[in-house]
Design a protein around this ligand. Structure first.
Ligand code: FMN
Length: 329
């Protein structure tokens, strides 16, 4: 198994979730999982203050910047910024179905415009050395058959993209909310495997509905990798076995309290720089999920962080019961 810098296990881009703090925490749990930023639109990035969207701690690699946009020149400028800020990959969002995104003519609606997506990829790849990849759906509306999917991927691949993340369901552009578009259209893993069979030279990553590592290993067999979103955000400790099970690296972390304390060193520096406490505690909420006491931990953090003058000691207090009864699982 080639364990160096590989997308065998990816954590999905999630708006308002996979911010730089959550990614820092994730990296303390898994050395290898491939991380993605939230989607950043070209408009937001080019309006100014790129550091607001691009700054991240040095430990986060490998980490990809996900962009939203459909103007090749703007995307190229953003890709360059991403490379300059040290990202390891630029990923184009061709999967988001929200109205706002459709209004900007990007996200999932771009599945109807393979030539434009190819132009976007080519424009980005022309100005960066890091890989440019695409995250997409199986289809949109009535364009939901393998003939179109394979044509879409073939066209974009011809422009220089060799890695595709496939969210294994279609999106309805009208009538469903983004949330419903992540639950209502049925998952179709076999169609993802069909893409790999038809274009084995491409790196194909399967995403959607994977709730644990057993499911991920089973669904990803024969593919190049898997991507998990909600399961990891809700229970970040799920990453603790990723290095062993996906990368053959036995140097796993075993102690949640030690991880949170290591995160505390980062968090204190962030607090001193003006980051709000709740932005730093949010990624921690699910750290004990599945264990008795998890709810009390979550409640303690949620209630205490908003109190005037609250600081990192709120987290230290929430950890007290877990220090008294150390956990290895
Ligand atoms: C809160 C939330 C925000 C999301 N934001 C993005 C995003 O910024 N870019 C993107 O490509 N997908 C986004 N997604 C979709 C996820 O990347 C992923 O494709 C989807 O959740 C299915 O994977 P899962 O079942 O493992 O969660 C988001 C999903 C959630 C739940």
């Amino acid at each position: 198994m080639n364990t160096a810098f590989s997308r065998r296990f990816c954590v999905a881009p999630m708006l308002d979730c996979t911010d730089r703090h959550a990614r820092h925490l994730m990296r303390l749990i898994s050395r290898h999982a491939w991380l993605y930023t939230e989607m950043v639109t070209t408009g937001a990035l080019l309006r100014g203050q790129p550091e607001r969207h691009l700054a991240h701690s040095v430990i986060q690699h490998p980490v990809a910047l996900q962009l939203g946009g459909s103007d090749p020149a703007a995307l190229a400028r953003c890709a360059r910024l991403g490379e300059d800020w040290g990202f390891d990959e630029i990923n184009l969002n061709v999967g988001c179905p929200s109205d706002r995104v459709q209004g900007g003519r990007f996200g999932a609606c771009l599945m109807a415009e393979p030539a434009l997506v190819a132009d976007c990829v080519a424009a980005m790849q022309a100005v960066v050395r890091i890989p440019v990849t695409v995250k997409t759906r199986l289809g949109i509306d009535d364009l939901d058959h393998d003939e179109h999917l394979h044509r879409f991927i073939g066209t974009v691949a011809a422009s220089g993209c060799r890695t595709f993340v496939l969210h294994a369901r279609k999106a309805w552009l009208q009538g469903l909310s983004p949330h419903e578009n992540r639950t209502v259209p049925p998952l179709q893993y076999a169609r993802v495997h069909g893409v790999k069979a038809a274009m084995p030279h491409l790196e194909i990553i399967l995403n959607g509905g994977l709730t644990d590592l057993d499911a991920a290993l089973a669904a990803g067999a024969g593919l190049d990798g898997v991507m998990l979103g909600r399961a990891v955000y809700d229970s970040p400790w799920l990453l603790a076995e990723v290095d062993t099970r996906f990368y053959g690296d036995d140097r796993t972390v075993v102690d949640r309290v030690a991880v949170i304390e290591a995160y505390g060193a980062y968090a204190r520096a962030e607090l001193a720089a003006g980051t709000p406490l709740n932005a730093l505690t949010r990624p921690l909420l699910g750290m004990f999920n599945g264990l008795p006491g998890a709810r009390a931990f979550r409640r303690h953090l949620s209630e205490q962080v908003c109190r005037p003058g609250a600081g990192w000691s709120v987290v230290a207090q929430a950890l007290d019961p877990w220090r008294a009864a150390p956990l290895s699982a």
